[in-house]
Design a binder for this molecule. Sequence first.
Ligand SMILES: Nc1ncnc2c1ncn2[C@@H]1O[C@H](COP(=O)(O)OP(=O)(O)OP(=O)(O)O)[C@@H](O)[C@H]1O
Ligand SMILES: [Mg+2]
Length: 224
Amino acid sequence: MKTIAVVSPKGGVSKSTLTVHQAACAKRRGDDAMLLDTDVQMSTCEWDGAGNGLDFPVVGCVRPQVEKFVASLALPRDYLYIDTAGIPVSNQATIAAVRLADLVLIPVTPSALDMWSMGALVEMVHARIAITGGALKAVFVITQATHRSRLARSVREALLETGLPVLNTVMTRRKSYAEAAASGCTVFDLADMTARAEMLDIAAEVEAILAPVAMPRPVFVAAA
Ligand SMILES: Nc1ncnc2c1ncn2[C@@H]1O[C@H](COP(=O)(O)OP(=O)(O)OP(=O)(O)O)[C@@H](O)[C@H]1O
Ligand SMILES: [Mg+2]
């Protein structure tokens, strides 16, 4: 099983929206997925309860001992997605989510304020990458972009300066994401093909980081 934690200290940057949709993408690929909501707001649990229910299990944990809680779960075969709270990353539940993660997905909106709030998270992630000998992967994803603007490009450049990569796919600002949350469904139940495509592209990029395609071994032919 691979664990993907969606983390940012900034509120409202699409953490919950991404977590729900990335779990939905895993289900669409035929993978077994579960979503763990560690935010006391329980937004993803409420999302699950708003409609007919999402097509993967959503469980909530408001206790700071997230690792203990995860150990008590009947975990999915393939993917566990963890939604976290938009509060300082020194919070115990967020630290636990990063410790549990194989990949930390960090949503950032194209706003300078988001950039300024990233320092402690980047530091924590780099420390964890070092502790795990590089086993932990981490990547930024630009969210709520209004268009592929010069601003988005400069955000990308600034993010790369942290030493962490940035997904090529950008999540744009689209009303279908808010509609999906209000209806307790995902954009896969709505007619917005662009939103569907960007969620699937993000999922494919994340999958490629977690399971890079093995390069064929070079064949050495002895010189005659
Ligand atoms: N790409 C998008 N386009 C338009 N609206 C969006 C997009 N992503 C999220 N939203 C909306 O923005 C609001 C915040 O999104 P979301 O709840 O996913 O953020 P969050 O980072 O989880 O927030 P919090 O820190 O409060 O948990 C919600 O109303 C959501 O429907
Ligand atoms: Mg949220």
